[in-house]
Write a protein that binds this ligand. Sequence first.
Ligand SMILES: [Fe+2]
Length: 82
Amino acid sequence: MAGRGWAWTAYDWDEGRLFNYIGDTQNTFPIWNATPLVALDVYEHAYFLDYQTDRASYINAFLDNLDWRTVNDWVSKYQIQK
Ligand SMILES: [Fe+2]
């Protein structure tokens, strides 16, 4: 599976669980009735100045710096089942 630009983790209200989605651009979120909790831009312009072609290090740094407390607060706010 491959995607060009974005990855999202979102809660699907119809399925009642989290899914990871891939997508093209930031304005083409393709899933209805889902609440995005994490969105990651993986187009080259997002990381190339700092990481050149090392996309994996960019993704690791993103996850290391992600404010999980905020994500968890959204899970609580939207009453998402764990
Ligand atoms: Fe972007």
